[in-house]
Design a protein. Structure first.
Length: 197
Protein backbone atom coordinates (compact mmCIF):
# COMPACT_ATOMS: atom_id res chain seq x y z
CA UNK A 1 0.00 0.00 0.00
CA UNK A 2 1.47 3.37 -1.05
CA UNK A 3 2.08 5.91 1.69
CA UNK A 4 0.04 9.09 1.22
CA UNK A 5 1.84 12.36 1.94
CA UNK A 6 0.41 14.81 4.44
CA UNK A 7 -0.09 17.34 1.66
CA UNK A 8 -2.08 14.84 -0.43
CA UNK A 9 -4.17 13.82 2.57
CA UNK A 10 -4.95 17.48 3.32
CA UNK A 11 -5.74 18.12 -0.35
CA UNK A 12 -8.30 15.31 -0.32
CA UNK A 13 -10.07 16.63 2.78
CA UNK A 14 -12.64 19.41 2.57
CA UNK A 15 -12.27 22.65 4.49
CA UNK A 16 -15.24 21.56 6.59
CA UNK A 17 -13.58 18.24 7.51
CA UNK A 18 -10.28 19.86 8.49
CA UNK A 19 -12.06 22.56 10.49
CA UNK A 20 -14.15 19.91 12.27
CA UNK A 21 -10.99 17.97 13.19
CA UNK A 22 -9.37 21.18 14.42
CA UNK A 23 -12.36 22.06 16.61
CA UNK A 24 -12.55 18.54 18.06
CA UNK A 25 -8.81 18.61 18.82
CA UNK A 26 -9.16 21.94 20.62
CA UNK A 27 -12.09 20.70 22.69
CA UNK A 28 -10.04 17.64 23.66
CA UNK A 29 -7.22 19.96 24.84
CA UNK A 30 -9.72 21.99 26.87
CA UNK A 31 -11.15 18.82 28.42
CA UNK A 32 -7.65 17.62 29.33
CA UNK A 33 -6.99 21.01 30.94
CA UNK A 34 -10.14 20.96 33.03
CA UNK A 35 -9.77 17.33 34.11
CA UNK A 36 -6.07 17.60 34.92
CA UNK A 37 -6.61 20.78 36.92
CA UNK A 38 -8.91 18.82 39.22
CA UNK A 39 -5.88 16.68 40.16
CA UNK A 40 -3.11 19.28 39.96
CA UNK A 41 -4.76 22.27 41.67
CA UNK A 42 -5.57 22.25 45.39
CA UNK A 43 -8.63 24.46 44.84
CA UNK A 44 -9.35 24.32 41.08
CA UNK A 45 -12.24 26.83 40.97
CA UNK A 46 -10.40 29.57 42.85
CA UNK A 47 -7.16 28.82 40.99
CA UNK A 48 -8.90 29.25 37.63
CA UNK A 49 -10.58 32.46 38.80
CA UNK A 50 -7.21 33.85 39.92
CA UNK A 51 -5.72 33.28 36.44
CA UNK A 52 -8.21 35.55 34.63
CA UNK A 53 -7.78 39.27 35.29
CA UNK A 54 -9.00 42.10 33.07
CA UNK A 55 -6.80 45.17 33.17
CA UNK A 56 -4.30 47.36 31.31
CA UNK A 57 -1.65 44.62 31.37
CA UNK A 58 -3.63 42.94 28.57
CA UNK A 59 -2.63 45.83 26.29
CA UNK A 60 1.05 45.89 27.28
CA UNK A 61 1.69 42.17 27.68
CA UNK A 62 -0.98 40.81 25.32
CA UNK A 63 -1.49 43.18 22.40
CA UNK A 64 2.01 44.64 22.12
CA UNK A 65 3.79 41.23 22.05
CA UNK A 66 1.28 40.05 19.41
CA UNK A 67 2.19 43.04 17.24
CA UNK A 68 5.89 42.23 17.66
CA UNK A 69 5.39 38.54 16.74
CA UNK A 70 3.18 39.36 13.74
CA UNK A 71 5.67 41.96 12.51
CA UNK A 72 8.55 39.47 12.71
CA UNK A 73 6.42 36.82 10.96
CA UNK A 74 5.60 39.16 8.08
CA UNK A 75 9.24 40.24 7.74
CA UNK A 76 10.37 36.61 7.60
CA UNK A 77 7.60 35.69 5.12
CA UNK A 78 8.75 38.56 2.91
CA UNK A 79 12.46 37.61 3.14
CA UNK A 80 12.29 33.80 3.04
CA UNK A 81 11.06 31.55 0.22
CA UNK A 82 7.45 30.39 0.66
CA UNK A 83 8.52 26.77 1.19
CA UNK A 84 9.96 27.72 4.61
CA UNK A 85 6.45 28.61 5.81
CA UNK A 86 4.69 25.69 4.11
CA UNK A 87 2.98 23.56 6.78
CA UNK A 88 1.70 20.97 4.32
CA UNK A 89 -1.31 23.03 3.34
CA UNK A 90 -3.24 22.79 6.61
CA UNK A 91 -3.36 26.50 7.48
CA UNK A 92 -4.16 27.36 3.88
CA UNK A 93 -6.99 24.81 3.77
CA UNK A 94 -8.42 25.94 7.12
CA UNK A 95 -8.39 29.68 6.46
CA UNK A 96 -8.53 30.32 2.70
CA UNK A 97 -12.29 29.81 2.31
CA UNK A 98 -13.36 31.28 5.63
CA UNK A 99 -15.17 34.51 6.33
CA UNK A 100 -13.56 36.88 8.84
CA UNK A 101 -16.21 36.09 11.46
CA UNK A 102 -15.46 32.35 11.18
CA UNK A 103 -11.73 33.02 11.47
CA UNK A 104 -12.45 35.15 14.53
CA UNK A 105 -14.36 32.39 16.36
CA UNK A 106 -12.01 29.61 15.28
CA UNK A 107 -8.86 31.44 16.37
CA UNK A 108 -10.51 32.53 19.62
CA UNK A 109 -11.36 28.89 20.37
CA UNK A 110 -7.78 27.83 19.58
CA UNK A 111 -6.29 30.59 21.77
CA UNK A 112 -8.54 29.78 24.74
CA UNK A 113 -8.12 26.00 24.60
CA UNK A 114 -4.36 26.00 24.05
CA UNK A 115 -3.57 28.73 26.58
CA UNK A 116 -5.80 27.20 29.26
CA UNK A 117 -3.95 23.89 28.90
CA UNK A 118 -0.38 24.99 28.24
CA UNK A 119 -0.13 28.13 30.37
CA UNK A 120 -3.01 27.60 32.80
CA UNK A 121 -2.30 23.98 33.71
CA UNK A 122 1.11 22.85 32.42
CA UNK A 123 3.11 26.03 33.06
CA UNK A 124 1.41 26.62 36.40
CA UNK A 125 2.14 23.04 37.50
CA UNK A 126 5.39 22.10 35.74
CA UNK A 127 7.04 25.35 34.71
CA UNK A 128 7.78 27.56 31.80
CA UNK A 129 10.12 25.30 29.78
CA UNK A 130 7.84 22.26 29.98
CA UNK A 131 4.83 24.24 28.78
CA UNK A 132 6.71 25.98 25.98
CA UNK A 133 8.32 22.80 24.70
CA UNK A 134 5.12 20.74 24.84
CA UNK A 135 3.23 23.52 23.07
CA UNK A 136 5.75 23.46 20.23
CA UNK A 137 5.72 19.66 20.05
CA UNK A 138 1.94 19.42 19.61
CA UNK A 139 2.48 21.33 16.39
CA UNK A 140 4.24 18.19 15.17
CA UNK A 141 3.62 19.00 11.52
CA UNK A 142 6.28 21.72 11.96
CA UNK A 143 8.99 19.32 13.18
CA UNK A 144 10.46 18.90 9.68
CA UNK A 145 10.15 22.61 8.92
CA UNK A 146 12.95 24.34 10.81
CA UNK A 147 11.69 27.91 10.40
CA UNK A 148 8.15 27.01 11.45
CA UNK A 149 9.26 24.89 14.39
CA UNK A 150 11.74 27.47 15.72
CA UNK A 151 9.11 30.17 15.21
CA UNK A 152 6.40 28.31 17.16
CA UNK A 153 8.91 27.36 19.87
CA UNK A 154 10.05 30.97 20.33
CA UNK A 155 6.48 32.28 20.29
CA UNK A 156 5.55 29.65 22.87
CA UNK A 157 8.41 30.67 25.16
CA UNK A 158 7.53 34.33 24.60
CA UNK A 159 3.89 33.72 25.58
CA UNK A 160 5.08 31.67 28.53
CA UNK A 161 7.26 34.55 29.65
CA UNK A 162 4.30 36.97 29.39
CA UNK A 163 2.31 34.56 31.57
CA UNK A 164 5.23 34.25 34.00
CA UNK A 165 5.31 38.04 34.40
CA UNK A 166 1.55 38.59 34.69
CA UNK A 167 0.09 35.24 35.87
CA UNK A 168 -2.88 36.26 33.73
CA UNK A 169 -4.35 33.95 31.10
CA UNK A 170 -6.25 36.82 29.48
CA UNK A 171 -2.85 38.24 28.48
CA UNK A 172 -1.68 35.11 26.66
CA UNK A 173 -5.13 34.34 25.23
CA UNK A 174 -5.26 37.87 23.79
CA UNK A 175 -1.79 37.62 22.31
CA UNK A 176 -2.31 34.10 20.93
CA UNK A 177 -5.68 35.07 19.47
CA UNK A 178 -4.37 38.20 17.75
CA UNK A 179 -1.43 36.34 16.21
CA UNK A 180 -3.62 33.53 14.86
CA UNK A 181 -6.47 35.82 13.80
CA UNK A 182 -4.33 38.27 11.85
CA UNK A 183 -2.33 35.49 10.19
CA UNK A 184 -5.61 33.64 9.44
CA UNK A 185 -7.05 36.77 7.79
CA UNK A 186 -3.81 37.21 5.82
CA UNK A 187 -3.97 33.59 4.60
CA UNK A 188 -7.62 34.01 3.58
CA UNK A 189 -6.75 37.12 1.54
CA UNK A 190 -3.39 35.88 0.20
CA UNK A 191 -4.75 32.60 -1.13
CA UNK A 192 -7.99 34.18 -2.32
CA UNK A 193 -11.57 33.31 -1.75
CA UNK A 194 -12.67 30.01 -3.25
CA UNK A 195 -15.87 28.08 -2.98
CA UNK A 196 -16.56 26.55 0.39
CA UNK A 197 -16.34 22.81 0.18
Amino acid sequence: MAKISQRELIRRMSTREITKHLIVTQLILLTIAVLSSAFLFVDPVNKWLSLFNAGPEILWFGVMPAIIVISIDFILMFLLPERFYDDGGINQKVFQNQKAVNIFWLTLLIAICEEVLFRGVIQTSFGYLAAGTLFALIHFRYLKKVVLFVSVLLVSYFLGYMFHITENLLVTITSHFLIDFILGIWISKYYGRGQNE
